[in-house]
Ligand binder design. Sequence first.
Ligand SMILES: [Ca+2]
Length: 151
Amino acid sequence: MLGAAFVGDTDAQAQTASGGDVGLDAIQRVVIEMDYHHLGDRHEPRYQNPYPEGTVWSATFVLDERRGTTAYVSLVIADAQDGADLVINGHRVALPYGCHRGDVTTRNALLTVPASAFRVGSNDISLESVWIDDYGEHDDFEFGELVVYFN
Ligand SMILES: [Ca+2]
C-alpha cells in the first residue's frame, strides 16, 4: 500500500508509550497519511477487529534529509494482543503492555529504531506482525496515524 507523506519540522514534544517525554527539540517528522490497518491472523478471541488484512503493511515516502541517529515511530494503537511484537524495517520492537483495549479507546505507542533503517530519498516503511512459535500464531494489532520522528 502506498501512503502519502508530510515531511516537516516541529518543536512539539513526542510522548513515549510510558507517558514520558522524549525531549525532541526541533525534531524532523514525517507524517504518513493512512487509514487504520489490522495485521495478524485473527487468533485473539478478545480482539475487537476480527479481520486482519495480512501480516505486512508498507508505505512509501521521501526523505529530503535524515537527522540524528534515532528514528521514533509513533503509532496510535486501536487494539493489540498484549505483549505483541512487530518488525519495523527489519527491526523487532515490542508494543507497550496495555495496548489491548477491548473498547473504543486508543493508546499511543512510540517505538525506537535506528535512523539508519531509513535513507535520504525514497523509502519504504514496513510493519510486520511477528510469528510467535510457542503459540503458533502471528501477533495481532490494529494501528494508524503513523508519524516518524528523527532526532
Ligand atoms: Ca494472533
